[in-house]
Design a protein around this ligand. Structure first.
Ligand code: NAD
Length: 352
């Protein structure tokens, strides 16, 4: 079986929490050849910890010295997704890139142009598409269980969960909870709806609570990169959103890092024949006698990060388009950028 030669760029928390551990379990499929991080100590530490032969301080240096690398796995902060992906694509490498696609649509478009021109495979690592319940939902949806899905609601809401460091700096993060966690909720729900064409968005973003936390800043996972707290917090702390799609379909979405309410992460989908919610997967239907039914479907959980990364390499093996290609990523980035544009003018705006 072919082993793909891979380099990871950005050796911070998501690389340490999800990507390196997945590669440890995929040694039959993947050979880690090199790593890079602008903080060279992080690259060195990762190389030592995972037995990776070479480490560098930039993607450019890595590409110049490691011509045999076939795949760049981009786990940098958000504003670096574009330069890293473009450099990789220009060098003919396939790219797996962490969410969100980019800090803004302009960067996302430049990435898509480079990927298209190079003819390489690009996959956005939107892990929640790869959950076992979501994949089961797709199976049921495609078998016609839900009929026409015309409405959805979604939220990713933390009560007190402002991440530290660059996440609150617009120049590096592109935005706040909308781009950081709202993307999981919105991307997943739009994908599950069957990717309807967005036509407009109406949104408000707010900054009213921010880092005014009673508890420490949010951290997750192990091996978090050192995140000094810059005195910069120039992004929103929550958002409320309404998307319209073609054929009169709609999605209501919410994202927050700090709010005085319950923690939530959900997608609810409503079709003409049945609806659905997750955790556990539940189908709200009507039987042949007109009786309302709530059917819980048992689905064995999975490690959706590993599932996602394995999917990327099986697409490379088979020359297939990934479940989360750059075309989808661009549509979702348009929707996310639209949230900010609408909030800025306090009015509904069109999405082309
Ligand atoms: N899928 C998920 O559930 C999930 C969870 C957390 C973060 N993320 C995403 O992963 C990305 C990284 O987040 P994180 O939490 O790991 O951040 P982090 O700060 O822990 O790590 C980012 C690393 O990228 C490095 N870096 C920045 N620019 C670089 C460049 N040009 N070249 C090489 N290295 C560079 C930084 O030095 C840092 O070590 C973000 O885009 C974030 O949205 C995804």
């Amino acid at each position: 079986m072919k082993k793909w030669k891979v380099a990871v760029v950005g050796c911070g928390s998501i690389a340490g929490y999800a990507h390196f551990p997945s590669y440890e379990r995929m040694k039959d499929k993947v050979e880690l050849v090199a790593v890079a991080d602008i903080v060279i100590e992080r690259a060195k530490n990762a190389a030592e910890k995972y037995g990776i032969p070479h480490y560098y301080a930039s993607v450019e240096e890595l590409l110049a010295n490691e011509p045999e690398v076939e795949v760049i796995d981009c786990c940098t902060w958000t504003a670096a997704h574009a330069p890293v992906t473009i450099a990789a694509a220009n060098a003919g490498k396939h790219v797996l890139c962490e969410k969100p696609l980019a800090a803004n649509l302009e960067q996302g478009k430049a990435m898509a142009d480079a990927v298209k021109k190079a003819g390489v495979t690009f996959m956005l690592a939107v892990c929640t598409r790869y959950g076992a319940e979501q994949q089961k939902f797709i199976e049921l949806r495609d078998a016609g269980v839900f009929g026409d899905i015309y409405l959805a609601k979604t939220a990713y809401v933390r009560r007190r969960g402002v991440p530290g460091g660059w996440f609150t700096n617009k120049e590096i993060a592109g935005g706040g909870p909308v781009l950081d966690i709202g993307v999981h909720a919105i991307d997943r729900t739009w994908y599950l709806m069957g990717k309807p064409k967005p036509v407009s968005v109406s949104a408000e973003t707010s900054y009213r609570i921010g880092r005014n936390n009673s508890e420490a800043s949010f951290t997750w996972g192990e091996g978090l990169a050192d995140r000094p707290e810059p005195p910069i917090f120039n992004v929103e702390d929550s958002a409320a959103v309404f998307f319209r799609f073609e054929d009169g379909k709609a999605m209501i979405a919410e994202a927050s890092w700090t709010i005085n309410g319950a923690e939530e992460f959900y997608s609810k989908l409503y079709g003409t024949k049945a609806g659905c919610s997750f955790d556990p997967l539940t189908v709200y239907g009507v039987d042949e006698n007109g009786k309302l039914t709530n059917e819980k479907i048992e689905v064995k959980g999975n490690d959706f990060y590993e599932e996602e990364i394995r999917h990327f390499f099986s697409c490379l093996d088979e020359g297939k388009t990934p479940i989360s290609p750059i075309e989808d990523a661009l549509v979702v980035q348009k929707m996310l950028d639209g949230i900010y544009a609408s909030a800025e003018c306090h009015a509904e705006i069109k999405i082309d």
